[in-house]
Design a protein around this ligand. Structure first.
Ligand code: NAD
Length: 490
């Protein structure tokens, strides 16, 4: 059985503890690899390596850092099929999705930030202040310097995609990195380290420590030599990180959970809205933080949209994630499936109507290899009180609830009535309404007549309990650098 390793100071090493965690293929339930069960001592080594590499890496001219990241992107591209397969086995996502989204987006993340540092513009102010006998003149300009060792912690739903989304801007701006990928899905981070070495990333610039959140994860958060932390994961853990990092006065970016509304007005292109709502609800088995998990639809068109959604669920190709034809694979673990199933049970108990799904996929519908896998049917639930737990808490699985409204104000009120504020989608043909509603929705990202159409230059992140700070474009370059004002008297 394959044993993954940590990557510290340019070397692949076993964990100091000699302990290992099983890595499960969720589509079969079988253990197929082992990953380091690291602890604080591995983090200590990794942070020392990153700190030692920082002076030289931060002094490398930006075009050379950029070249290394472009080379890494090229290596990801030439290994695309291997990475897509690894991501599919590790997470349960359809290989077609990994080929179409996870791997291309990981490559794009690297290329985007490798290019962005070459084009980043500075800030300059001509100062002209009245003074005795005339004026005092100066030039004020801002230098942006890398901050040191960045601790990057990522979840299991988009492992390589979210890891590269953080690594690329951190390294491009001259920081060194200690990354802690999810212990549930460590494989592509491990493969990335081999490619990083091949790309010529100097030892210590990128370090990866595998293991549990409360072990190397917590040690990284609390480490005094890691001034910058970028975390994507649950709101519960994000809150703990904010508290711990706050005490240490670290700079923190938190990308957390969501309960995203998907609003369909009665003037929308309903076929497009229903198709997109299905994609928004069930892509990656509903395990994308941006998933539209609350469908909020005008009463006059609700039946039509819900019927179309149920029809989509009836025809979607559920199966072995490694089958090219599969559209809908396994949840990421059996534990997670039980949480999702528990929320659907709660919905039933609260009087919700399960329009479709609401159960594990019958083994007879799956190939024999997948009999022990974590497969749950795409599920649509109507008739719940918008204030109930199922409507308020993130499920992070293939479950969409439906609410109806009569007026635009009601739609906005329903959309905003959760503690989260990550993404919102609205479908309408009325341009004025689109602008009005987009401005009124509590969300870091609003999509109008589309979903998950991403431009890497835009600010990305959530409000309320969905996070603190923004990633993407100039926001990420600012996050990973320290501004220094220089005032030069003329
Ligand atoms: P999680 O919070 O359980 O774990 C995320 C990462 O944090 C893992 O690597 C984990 O090992 C680590 N971790 C756990 N406890 C820690 C601790 N005490 N200190 C340091 N690290 C710790 O989340 P998950 O279950 O892996 O991922 C699902 C969650 O991620 C969902 O809530 C989803 O909405 C969220 N998510 C958000 C975004 C976004 O951009 N806003 C994107 C993807 C996923």
């Amino acid at each position: 059985m394959e044993r993954l390793t940590n990557f510290i100071a340019g070397e692949h090493r076993p964990p100091e503890s000699g302990q290992w965690l099983d890595v499960v293929e969720p589509a079969t339930g079988a253990v197929y690899a082992q990953a380091p069960d690291s602890d604080a001592s591995d983090v200590e080594r990794a942070v020392s390596a990153a700190a030692a590499a920082f002076p030289a890496w931060s002094a490398v001219p930006a075009p050379e850092r950029s070249r290394v990241l472009f080379r890494l992107a090229d290596l990801l591209e030439s290994n695309a099929e291997r990475l897509a397969r690894a991501e599919s086995v590790d997470t349960g996502k359809p290989i077609a999705l990994a080929r179409r989204v996870d791997v291309p987006r990981s490559i794009a993340n690297l290329r985007f930030f490798a290019g962005a540092v070459l084009h980043a513009a500075g800030e300059m102010f001509e100062t002209d202040t009245p003074a005795a006998g005339g004026a005092e003149r100066a030039l004020n300009y801002t230098l942006r310097r890398p901050r040191g060792v960045a601790g990057l912690i990522t979840p299991w739903n988009l492992p390589l995609y979210l890891l590269t989304w953080k690594i690329a801007p951190a390294l491009a701006t001259g920081n060194t990195v200690v990354a802690k990928p999810s212990e549930v899905t460590p494989m592509t981070a491990h493969l990335l380290t081999g490619l990083a070495r091949e790309a010529g990333l100097p030892p210590g610039v990128l370090n990866v420590v595998h293991g549990r959140g409360d072990q190397p994860g917590a040690a990284l958060v609390a480490h005094p030599d890691v001034p910058t932390l970028s975390f994507t994961g649950s709101t519960r853990v994000g809150r703990w990180i904010a508290r711990t990092a706050g005490d240490l006065l670290k700079r923190v970016s938190l990308e957390l959970g969501g309960k995203n509304p998907f609003v369909v007005f009665d003037d929308a292109d309903l076929d497009d809205a229903a198709r997109t709502a299905a994609r928004a609800a069930f892509t990656n088995q509903g395990q994308v933080c941006l998933c539209g998990s609350r469908l909020i639809v005008h009463r006059a068109v609700a039946d039509r949209v819900v019927d179309a959604l149920a029809a989509w669920c009836a025809q979607v190709r559920i199966g072995d994630p490694l089958d090219d034809a599969t559209d809908f694979g396994a949840l990421t673990s059996d534990d997670h499936l039980h949480k999702v199933a528990g929320m659907v049970e709660e919905a039933r108990r609260l009087g919700g109507r399960v329009v479709c799904g609401g159960a594990r996929v019958p083994p007879a519908r799956l190939p024999a290899r997948c009999g022990g896998g974590a497969f749950y049917l795409p599920t649509v639930v109507t008739g719940l009180d918008p204030a109930c737990r199922v409507e308020q808490e993130e499920i992070f699985g293939p479950v969409v609830t439906v609410q109806t409204f009569d007026t635009e104000d009601q739609a906005i009120a329903l959309a905003n009535a959760t503690p989260y504020g990550l993404a919102a989608t609205l479908f309408t043909r009325d341009v004025s309404r689109a602008h009005r509603a987009a401005a009124a929705l509590d969300a870091g990202v609003v999509w109008v007549n589309c979903w998950m159409l991403r431009d890497l230059r835009t600010p990305f992140g959530g409000t309320k309990q969905s996070g603190v700070g923004r990633e993407g474009g100039a926001e990420a370059l600012r996050f990973f650098t320290e501004p220094r004002n220089v005032c030069l008297r003329l």
